[in-house]
Design a protein. Structure first.
Ligand SMILES: CCCCCCCCCCCCCCCC(=O)SCCNC(=O)CCNC(=O)[C@H](O)C(C)(C)COP(=O)(O)OP(=O)(O)OC[C@H]1O[C@@H](n2cnc3c(N)ncnc32)[C@H](O)[C@@H]1OP(=O)(O)O
Length: 853
């Protein structure tokens, strides 16, 4: 009896193994056949079949290129060749990873994808600020961190124990092994809080006064009405974070993500810092830049699978749509109003008290929180200026002693290809469409049937909120010794940002500084993807097209340049392969590849509307080079004598440009001095770009020019010392100046034409939508006549920012009523001459001497 049983067991095992491997190879075969057919429908169906039958999608990326990789590489023979070479390498890596897994190193899986060699040593970005958070910077990071290889979080499978069941159902096994966290639900405590009770009473008293009634009965009715409203607000806001739902979604994501992404790459050193930070039991506040709806999904996914407590995420209430809203709620979303509108001319005290109390209770009960400071996805590819509401609550929770400290974690995410929408319509003036259930379904189906390359997540080093505030406080005291109220005080009753009507200027600037610091840090630690680099080079340097050979040289130079400034890139390998790959990903609507005179030539589609999308990719690098471009533009309009320019002149122009673009870029951290940052950027240009000659030569020039000045002016008075920069007039250096200046030229054009269109406001007023539409119309007309050079200047975002700037500069006035904004000119500017004078102030940067030579 025993023998046949053993025999049967043996056979069962063999059959299971056979089923397992045939399934895998069948899938690969099926995948290849369907891929060759290039049919969207077939592709979708295949993915569904795969999803239902395969053990795992991620698994066979260890043995063969994924569909996406195949799609991307069919056009590139060179890359295909590399795939086959990679086979051996992959197998070796799999063996290594298996070994690691046996040692219990869950994430030490090294995986090679053609675009990114994971084993290559990378620049380690994202350490926190040395000026503001010196102690935090010394913590959490190990000396060896920098040497770790990148990992693809989708390749988990090999890291498991070698048991048959755990291998076969690896992802089920993985999610079942994760650390269990209790996620306390605090919503039922909100209404009992004093802050909410007081807000309810306050509003009821106000409503009673407004009604001219003094009846107690009516007052009680108002109290009940406001209490009911508060209850509804809590129920709409609350998150129902569930451990089971998180694990289940994680399992689904392991299956789905490889359908449309090659890899999700993180630096294990950064994950390790987070793991250590989570052991401190302080709340972690994740502050990511927002590019795509995938951002929060991937963040929670990565955190969950690294045993880090999943955060509650502040989500705009536009996402509270049927089914998906409830799903997001269960996965950690708590819903906030996108805009805290004053209600009927008054602040919505009840809402503010509810939000404040809810977040307070969440933090006190140990939840981590995630908030997208920018308040929405970037429409331009550049980081947006922060919003302060949610962070101000977190800061206050610390100030009033509810929490002892919190660790802030700036996060940046970047994608080779933008996943959800390209915002072209919005940028060309069409209103934003509200999310609906149908759109969400359509979007998911579309995503599953497309290929988006790789993405990269960079977690910055967590830093202590207490330390940061202490440093700001000390700096504040040094620069302003008369400040009586210290920032770092604990007084819950008076300090409340949402609790009181007036937010003190000191608190405002504190929250503003923290937010701007975080956005700046995130921008600095965003990895540059292949598509960013290609789009940037094409739009800023080679708008008329360029041969592949020359593009390769420029690409390598750009990569070196980025490495020198400690920016990591999200690609590796031969530049020619990377370029071909990026051309494929961007597609023929954005980049054209053709043979001209027997040579491969790449050309951007630099016309509307396509160029808006291309500039989205390029803008990641525009942000990086913005200050250099400012200096080139400043130089182009500076007074140049004997090939020298005075530092004062250069600085004045540069500061003016930085102030023009204050809503476009953060040129320095709040703890830095802008003038010093500009000076050090000029020094950098002397060394790296050779636009100015080194100091020794410049100093000699200062001496000589002073002598000449004395001789001619016959002046006894000593001239104040003026540092001069000698300009390198070589052809190459001049070309460099032009190239750098052109990086910001589309923005200069947008700002100038917006200034020009203010003419239409003379003696009248316009709604923002009307004004923006007339600026866009003017731009399109100028584009048609050739007065405007850059199609990407025609975009809503810079126009709106320009209007904000002109308002700040005191030229425009804006009257807001609800969502409507009415613009009119300030009295002093309400005539054509003043508007023209102002326009010339901006427009001069379009026609700088060095640029038209
Ligand atoms: C395992 C796998 C799972 C995977 C699956 C995971 C899924 C996991 C969940 C999904 C989750 C989705 C997530 C979506 C992502 C978004 O939906 S992003 C959009 C929503 N999020 C945000 O907007 C967050 C950032 N925004 C804010 O903080 C905004 O301030 C607010 C709160 C939205 C309000 O905006 P606003 O009305 O424009 O007002 P704002 O001028 O910012 O100021 C509001 C108040 O802030 C305060 N304030 C303003 N300035 C300052 C200052 N400088 N200092 C201090 N206080 C200030 C004042 O109290 C002010 O009130 P008032 O004094 O004016 O009355």
């Amino acid at each position: 009896m025993k023998v046949p049983l053993e025999f049967a067991m043996q056979w069962f095992k063999v059959l299971l193994n056979l089923f397992h491997y045939s399934n895998k190879w069948l899938n690969i075969g099926l995948k290849c056949v369907l891929t060759w057919q290039f049919s969207v429908f077939a592709n979708g169906t295949k993915k569904m079949v795969d999803f239902l039958t395969s053990r795992t999608f991620a698994s066979y990326t260890n043995y063969a290129p994924s569909t996406n990789q195949q799609n991307n590489t069919l056009a590139s023979l060179a890359t295909l060749k590399r795939y086959s070479q990679d086979q051996k390498y992959r197998k070796q890596l799999t063996r290594e990873a298996d070994a690691n897994a046996r040692d219990g190193l869950l994430f030490n899986v090294k995986e090679s994808v053609p675009e990114l060699r994971m084993t290559e040593r990378r620049t380690f970005m994202g350490l926190c600020c040395q000026n503001c958070t010196f102690t935090s910077r010394e913590s959490l990071v190990k000396k060896t961190t920098e040497n770790l290889a990148l990992i693809n979080v989708l390749n988990h499978e090999v890291a498991f124990k070698s048991g048959f069941l755990s291998r076969t159902f690896s992802h089920v096994f993985q999610v079942s092994q994760l650390k269990r966290y209790a996620f306390p639900q605090v919503a039922n405590l909100v209404l009992r809080d004093d802050r909410v009770k007081k807000a309810v009473e306050r509003v009821a008293v106000q409503q009673l006064k407004d009604s001219d009634s003094t009846e107690d009965e009516f007052y009680q009715e108002l109290i009940k009405k406001n209490q009911a409203r508060a209850k509804k607000l809590v129920s709409d806001m609350r998150s129902t974070l569930s451990d089971f739902l998180l694990r289940f979604t994680s399992w689904i994501l392991y299956k789905l993500l490889p359908c449309f992404m090659n890899s999700v790459v993180v630096h294990p050193g950064q994950v390790d810092m987070l793991k250590q930070a989570s052991k401190t039991n302080l709340p972690l506040i994740f502050l990511p830049l927002h590019r795509s709806h995938l951002d929060y999904i991937l963040l929670s996914f990565i955190l969950l699978n690294n045993d880090i407590r999943s955060p509650l995420v502040a989500a705009g209430d536009n996402l509270r749509i049927p089914f998906f809203g409830s799903l997001l709620r269960g996965l950690g979303a708590f819903f906030i109003k996108r805009r805290i509108d004053p209600m009927m001319g008054r602040k919505d005290h009840v809402y503010k008290a509810v939000l404040h109390t809810y977040m307070n209770l969440c933090l006190r009960s140990g939840h981590n929180i995630e908030c997208f400071l920018e308040g929405g996805r970037t429409r331009t590819g550049k980081p947006c200026m922060p919003k302060y509401g949610v962070l101000s609550v977190i800061v206050e929770t610390f100030m009033d002693g509810t929490i002892e400290d919190a660790l802030l974690v700036p996060v940046s995410l970047n994608y080779e290809k933008l996943i959800d929408g390209n915002f072209i319509k919005e940028q060309l003036g069409e209103p934003k469409k509200m999310e609906t259930f149908g759109d969400a379904l359509k979007g998911i189906w579309h995503v599953l049937n497309s290929s988006y390359g790789s993405m990269r997540v960079d977690f910055n080093q967590p830093f202590s909120l207490r330390e940061l505030i202490k440093t700001f406080d000390q700096n504040n005291k040094i620069s302003n010794p008369n400040v009586s109220a210290r920032v770092l005080k604990s007084n819950p009753s008076t300090n409340s940002l949402y609790g009181t009507d007036v937010v003190s200027e000191e608190h405002k600037s504190l929250v503003e500084n923290i937010s701007k610091h975080v956005i700046y840090d995130c921008a600095q630690s965003t990895s540059v993807m292949s598509t960013n680099a290609l789009a940037f080079l094409l739009l800023s340097k080679f708008r008329q097209g360029i041969t592949l050979q020359k593009l390769v040289v420029a690409f390598e130079d750009l990569k070196k340049d980025l490495e020198l400034s400690r920016r990591d890139v999200g690609f590796s390998g031969d530049a020619v392969d990377v370029i071909n790959y990026a051309v494929e990903l961007l597609g023929p609507a954005l980049v054209k590849k053709e043979k001209l005179n027997g040579e491969d030539t790449i050309k951007p589609i630099a016309i509307l509307p396509n160029v808006i999308e291309l500039s989205y990719y390029s803008n990641s690098l525009v942000t990086h080079f913005a200050l250099e471009s400012v200096i080139a533009l400043a130089l182009s309009v500076a007074e140049i004598r004997l090939n020298t320019v005075s530092q004062d002149d250069l600085m004045e122009n540069a500061l003016e440009l930085c102030s023009f673009f204050q809503y476009e870029f953060l040129f320095c951290k709040p703890c830095q001095n802008l003038e010093m940052v500009i000076t050090s950027c000029i020094d950098d240009l002397i060394i790296r770009k050779e636009i100015f000659l080194p100091e020794a030569e410049s100093n000699e020039l200062v001496r000589r020019s002073r002598n000449i000045a004395r001789q001619f002016e016959d002046d006894d008075e000593e001239e104040p010392f003026q540092k001069l920069y000698k300009i390198n007039t070589s052809k190459e250096a001049m070309e460099n100046v032009k190239y750098m200046a052109h990086i910001l030229m589309p923005l200069i054009e947008a700002y100038a034409i917006t200034g020009f269109t203010l003419e239409t406001l003379v003696q009248r007023q316009l709604l923002e939508s009307e004004l923006v539409a007339s600026v866009l119309k003017e731009m399109k007309e100028q584009l048609a006549t050739g007065s405007l050079n850059y199609d990407e200047s025609v975009a809503v975002d810079p126009v709106k920012n320009a209007l904000k700037l002109y308002q700040k500069l005191g030229i425009l006035e804006c009257h807001q009523e609800g969502k409507l904004r009415l613009y009119y000119l300030k009295e002093a500017y309400d005539n054509s001459e003043s508007v023209k004078l102002f326009y010339n102030k901006v427009n001069k940067y379009r026609t700088g001497n060095l640029l038209i030579q």
